[in-house]
Design a protein around this ligand. Structure first.
Ligand SMILES: [Zn+2]
Length: 79
């Protein structure tokens, strides 16, 4: 009788482990990215090309640096 409990316990542990292992795998597949990393984007302030993963995003615009992101937010004096 003890062996049945042992088998049941092993099966239960196996099912729990399998469920735990499956969940993160299903979520961590980054297939939504249209292009692999290494894609270059243009800074909306100075026009410099920077790698997509290094660009700073703000309101749908991309910047090469924190400085340019801040400068672009300030009102420009072109008069
Ligand atoms: Zn820039």
């Amino acid at each position: 009788m003890r062996i049945l409990f042992l088998i049941a316990a092993v099966v239960l542990v196996f099912l729990i482990v399998r469920t735990l292992v499956r969940k993160p795998l299903g979520h961590s597949r980054p297939e939504k990215r249209p292009l692999p990393s290494g894609n270059m984007v243009r800074c909306d302030y100075c026009g410099l090309h920077v790698p997509d993963d290094e660009a700073l995003l703000s309101d749908g615009r991309r910047y090469c640096s924190e400085e340019h992101r801040e400068l672009d937010r300030l009102p420009r004096r072109d008069d």
